[in-house]
Design a protein around this ligand. Sequence first.
Ligand SMILES: Cc1ncc(COP(=O)(O)O)c(C=O)c1O
Length: 400
Amino acid sequence: MSLTDKIPFLDLVTPHMELEPELTAVFHKVLSTAGFVGGPMVENFEKAFAAFCDAKNCVGVASGTDAVRFALTAAGVQPGDIVVTVPHTFIATTEAISQAGARPDFIDIDERTYSMDVANLREYLERECYLDRETGKPYHRKFRAPVTAVVPVHIYGQCADMDPILELARRYNLIVVEDACQAHGAEYFSQKENRWRKAGSMGHAAAFSFYPGKNLGACGEAGAITTNSDAMARTMRILRDHGQSKKYYHDMEGYNGRLDSLQAGLLSVKLQHLAEWNRKRQEAAARYDKMLASLDGVVAPYQPTWSRPVHHLYVVRVSDRDGLQKRLAEAKIDTGIHYPIPLHLQKAYETFGFRKGDFPVTEKIALEILSLPMYPQLQPAAQERVVQKIQEFASVGVLR
Ligand SMILES: Cc1ncc(COP(=O)(O)O)c(C=O)c1O
């Protein structure tokens, strides 16, 4: 790599060129059988992905957004319910909650892990809700509606602290849907069970996105839900297919939310490489960690002892984020911001009446976070250049 080469934020071309013969073979098979919807390619991928996640069932769907929505509906979330999640996530999480008919509400994040702060969830349930004696469910005092589900987001490829979330969910009868859209293969050490658990195997259900830039990405749009519940899997299969239990027998109104056979076939090829790609991301993250450790003013990602992340994104924090991003862009280094505007302050949620200051941790970090280039093929020399440019910027004292 020369000193003037552009360093992209992610490289989607190289893996597709490396796998071109296998991927085009899938395309030829789909063309020659005209098996475009459903069939063995979808079923085989679902089996393989369920096994990868240590989950009993996998239901392929059209996107991660559909995955969150179908999981909530199949788990029993009803129109008018409240579903809590974090304001520091992609809007798809809350879109899916609204599409399931529920009202999204927010719990602020932990400043080190950037995922749901369990103390805040406990406080929300204790202070803002009362327990309805008849249903055993928490009711929100102000909204006069039941809080029925929680959606922890495994942000940037690191699991949320699931043991205490699951414990609170048990105590308050909450459905837990993991948003694992950024966390294919991430692991969490459960003290309670004294074992490592895979993202997608811990909640009542979990949603995955296979948007192209994800750790496991389709060549288009795709998603999946994993669940250990056979009943929920059955309902989700019906929901994704116009509510049909068999052709033209509609048990309910559903959606056109199926996973394409072509995408399923392509995903099956890529799934065989996912563990290796995740390992390479972990190596790249460890290299960044080491190089950044000596830099004042740069907060590297925090990895608790209970976490084995898969580094979908490698996010640092600095005081002059916009200045650093500009300086890196001048050096032809692409970066991203995930996410610049907290969800509660988005125009789309204006009518909810949230204010600046409602979720201070999310608001603070939204101004400081910067996602550095991260992908399995990222070369050590490129990372050295990224860190060198950060160092040059830090050395003039602007990051303190
Ligand atoms: C945290 C999170 N949730 C949900 C989604 C939605 O996935 P999709 O884009 O496949 O609908 C994404 C994808 O960007 C995501 O990052």
